[in-house]
Design a protein around this ligand. Structure first.
Ligand SMILES: N[C@@H](CCC(=O)N[C@@H](CS)C(=O)NCC(=O)O)C(=O)O
Length: 205
């Protein structure tokens, strides 16, 4: 990576964008933060669509002008050649498994109920919300069993797997999840939040 500025297009309450800020902080990389204030207009804008073909955030614009989208791809790019993402193909695949699972199972089950609550469509989506919450609980049970045996998802060290997966778990009470029955998950979240580079979704106060 060259020393030029990185530019992150983001929404302040988005967990997917929070992941990228956390990874940038882990790397100690400076970046320009472009917070989108008018998402409906910006996401439909042709210039923005050239950066993000689906009209979503996060988008990270690299020093050479290349725009990266999909949080997992951006995280992988940022973590290259760091202990967050092993070079060894097998250990790397173990980390990637958690990134794929996060996108396919964990994030929809935990992020959508939060989204319905935030935008006031919880009642209109009541049935879907219940099904997602049940699926979310199953994901948390799976994580809790896993984390009762080891400190981090890929063993004794923090990796991109933990960075990517902990975000929507931490936000899940906003979507109605109760983390009380999952002590190993809560201990994992505390370990992660104690990291020097970790920062909350929003600044305190
Ligand atoms: N799988 C994508 C999901 C991106 C995504 O859904 N972003 C949301 C914010 S968290 C967004 O931009 N939504 C606007 C929209 O879909 O119109 C990723 O991980 O980057």
């Amino acid at each position: 990576m060259t020393g030029g500025p990185l530019r992150l297009y983001e929404l302040p309450l988005s967990g997917n964008c929070w992941k990228i800020r956390l990874c940038l902080a882990e790397r100690g990389l400076p970046y320009e933060r472009v917070t989108i204030r008018d998402p409906e207009r910006t996401f439909a804008d042709a210039a923005f669509r050239r950066l993000s073909p689906l009209g979503r955030v996060p988008v990270l614009v690299c020093p050479d002008g290349t725009a990266l989208w999909e949080s997992g791809a951006i995280l992988t790019w940022l973590a290259e050649n760091t202990p967050l993402l092993p070079r060894d193909a097998t250990r790397r695949a173990q980390v990637m498994a958690w990134l794929f699972w996060e996108q396919a199972d964990l994030s929809p089950a935990l992020a959508l109920p939060r989204f319905f609550r935030r935008n006031g469509t919880e009642k209109a989506n009541a049935e879907r919300m219940r099904a997602l919450q049940e699926k979310g609980r199953a994901c948390l049970e799976f994580l809790d069993t896993y984390l009762s045996r080891q400190d981090y998802l890929c063993g004794a060290a923090y990796t991109l797997a933990d960075l990517a997966c902990h975000v929507y778990v931490m936000l899940s009470p906003e979507g109605g999840q109760d983390l009380a029955p999952f002590p190993a998950v809560r201990a994992w979240l505390e370990r992660i939040a104690a990291r020097q580079a970790w920062e909350p979704l929003l600044p305190a106060g």
